[in-house]
Every structure is written in structure tokens, then in C-alpha cells.
Design a protein around this ligand. Structure first.
Ligand code: GTP
Length: 313
């Protein structure tokens, strides 16, 4: 790694750390005294367990982590708070590593077709804007498709983000057929040599069967262009909704087959443990995490950096 790469990496980690509860992680906030104490107190493990559960890590992930820590203590490998901190960090990385798989866009897939799904309010539009800006800055020609045609405001909002990111948006106005907008966008991307189509899809409640039907229809229509499309189906979920985020991910995955997740609003939420629950319950890659409302507040999810940011120095 070059010096500038290392500096960039350090900058990303600093930002991650400061955004996850403003420099004081949800996991260690109340445990600071525990890790800085001279001796391991008998209730140390219990405190970690409580903290994990309060952060919405869920029973599965919490038990998995606690079993590991208990084994380390029993085997005599964890005898002081510093060793406990190190063991917790190691276990967190082990838990999160399988879901930290960045999105890869092979150059031979052109245009790469990326669907973005998610219920209202989770940060779908913002995430699309951030993705557009990121891939544009990497030199890709990006086209946005306004497939969330249910509300006029949704198209307008997306236009604002398209302008902000400096990428074109293809839309057909309120009430247009979502599948038709996305089909046209892919066609246009093919003829105009775009590398990537990011398609917004309807954001009505996931419990409505017709939303899932519509998503399936969009998939079928796009497959007329490319039988392997969409190449990525991302679901955006909001970390602050805790367990609901997990439920949405399970339901969307069953209905349309997801290939990745984006977890938004991890800045300043006490519910960051949802990532741990997702790691245990769903074998779905977390591609990106949202750390704020600005264009560059989207990071590739990195297990080690995340564990590092949670546990602190
Ligand atoms: N703090 C924080 N806020 C975010 C993040 N991502 C999105 N938001 C905010 O969440 C709110 C909803 O974001 P949108 O992108 O409009 O959400 P949407 O899912 O498209 O929702 P609708 O517009 O209702 O369909 C906005 O106020 C965003 O600024 C994030 O990572 N962190």
C-alpha cells in the first residue's frame, strides 16, 4: 500500500469511528470502565452481553459472541480487561468477515444493472445519490432510472440527487410503469455506452404483495435485455429501526432474491448491533454502510474497520 493509500485508509477509519456514536461506540460506551479497569470483574461478560442485546445484536449473535468469550476466559487466555477487549474484537471480526464482501463490477458486464430496493424512509434515494457519485468518481458512466414512480416527490428527490452527483436521470413522470422506465433506461444505457444503470424501485411497504410482484416484473422485463440482469439487487435498510431492518431483509430476500445490503444511518444510532444480527441470521453481503447525509457519507463495509471502530482504541 502506498503512503497516500494508507493515509486515505486512516481517514476512512477516523470518520467511521467518529460517526459510530460520535467517537464513542454503542458497544463500549458503558463499558469504558470495564476495559480500563485493572482487573477483570466477575460481571464483565454479563455487561458485554447486556450491551449487545441493547444494541439489537439479537440473541443468536449475542450467544455466539458470548460463548466465544466465555471459552477464552475458561481456557485462561483472557485474564484481564485488555485481553477481553482483544478477544471481543477478534470475535467481532470473525462474525462480520463473511458478510463484508464489496460489490464487484466486472468490466465485461456492460451496462452493469443495479437495482435498489427498500421501504420508504430508509435512505434509498440518498444512497442512490451516494452510489452514483462514488462510481462516477471512479470514472464510470452512470445512468439513474427513476423506477419509483408511485410518488411524484420520489422522482423529484432523485432528480435532486442526480444533479448533486452530476449524473443523468431517466424518468417518465408520475404513475408511469416502473418496469417500462427501467427497461428504457437499460436500452438507452446500451445505445449510449453507459457502464452502470442504477435503478430506483418502488418503495411501498414490503408487506404488500403487489410491491413484490412489481419487483419481480421489473426483473423479468430487464432480463429481455440481459438474461443475467439485474447483476446486483441491493436492499437499503435503516439501522435505527433495529430488528425491523432484519425482518425487511429476510422478506425482500425471500421475495426477490437480494445480492447485497446497504445499512444506513449508522451514525449516532445505538442500534448498530443490527449488523451482528444480520451476520448471524442472513448470509447476505453488506456492501456499504451509510454514515451521514452528505454525498461522501457512504463507506464500503469492512469488518476489521467496523470492529475497530466499535471497540475503540
Ligand atoms: N444520519 C443519516 N441520515 C441519513 C442517512 N441516509 C439517509 N439519511 C436521511 O434519511 C432521510 C430519508 O432519506 P431518503 O433517501 O429520502 O429515504 P427514502 O428511502 O428514499 O425515502 P422516501 O423518500 O420517503 O421514499 C433523509 O433525511 C436523509 O437525509 C445516513 O446514512 N445517515
Amino acid at each position: 500500500m502506498s503512503d497516500s493509500d494508507t493515509a486515505a485508509q486512516a481517514g476512512l477509519l477516523r470518520k467511521l469511528r467518529s460517526r459510530l456514536n460520535k467517537g464513542d461506540s454503542w458497544l463500549t460506551r458503558d463499558l469504558g470502565t470495564l476495559f480500563s479497569a485493572d482487573k477483570l470483574t466477575p460481571d464483565a461478560l454479563e455487561e458485554i452481553e447486556t450491551r449487545l442485546l441493547l444494541a439489537d445484536a439479537g440473541i443468536d449473535a449475542t450467544e455466539w459472541l458470548m460463548t466465544r468469550l466465555q471459552n477464552e476466559v475458561n481456557a485462561g487466555r483472557v485474564r484481564n480487561p485488555q485481553q477481553l477487549r482483544a478477544a471481543l474484537k477478534k470475535s467481532l471480526i470473525e462474525l462480520l468477515a463473511p458478510i463484508a464482501k464489496p460489490l464487484v463490477m466486472p468490466a465485461f458486464i456492460k451496462p452493469f444493472i443495479l437495482f435498489v430496493a427498500g421501504v420508504n424512509g430508509v435512505g434509498k434515494t440518498t444512497t442512490i445519490g451516494k452510489l452514483a457519485a462514488r462510481y462516477k468518481s471512479e470514472g464510470k458512466r452512470v445512468l439513474l432510472a427513476a423506477g419509483d414512480t408511485f410518488r411524484a416527490a420520489a422522482v423529484q428527490q432523485l432528480q435532486t440527487w442526480a444533479d448533486r452527483s452530476g449524473v443523468p436521470l431517466l424518468s417518465q413522470g408520475e404513475g408511469a410503469d416502473s418496469a417500462s422506465v427501467i427497461f428504457d433506461a437499460v436500452q438507452s444505457a446500451k445505445s449510449r455506452d453507459f457502464d452502470l444503470v442504477i435503478a430506483d424501485t418502488a418503495g411501498r411497504l414490503h408487506t404488500q404483495a403487489h410491491l413484490m410482484d412489481e419487483l419481480r416484473k421489473i426483473k423479468r422485463v430487464v432480463q429481455k435485455h440481459d438474461p443475467y440482469a439485474p447483476h446486483e439487487v441491493l436492499l437499503v435498510v435503516d439501522a435505527t429501526t433495529g430488528g425491523n431492518a432484519l425482518t425487511q431483509a429476510i422478506q425482500f430476500h425471500e421475495a426477490i432474491g437480494l445480492t447485497g445490503l446497504v445499512i444506513t444511518k449508522l451514525d449516532g444510532t445505538a442500534k448498530g448491533g443490527i449488523l451482528l444480527a444480520i451476520a448471524r441470521r442472513l448470509a447476505l453481503p453488506v456492501r456499504f454502510i451509510g454514515l451521514g447525509e452528505a454525498l461522501d457519507d457512504l463507506q464500503v463495509f469492512d469488518a476489521e474497520a467496523y470492529a475497530d471502530a466499535l471497540i475503540g482504541e
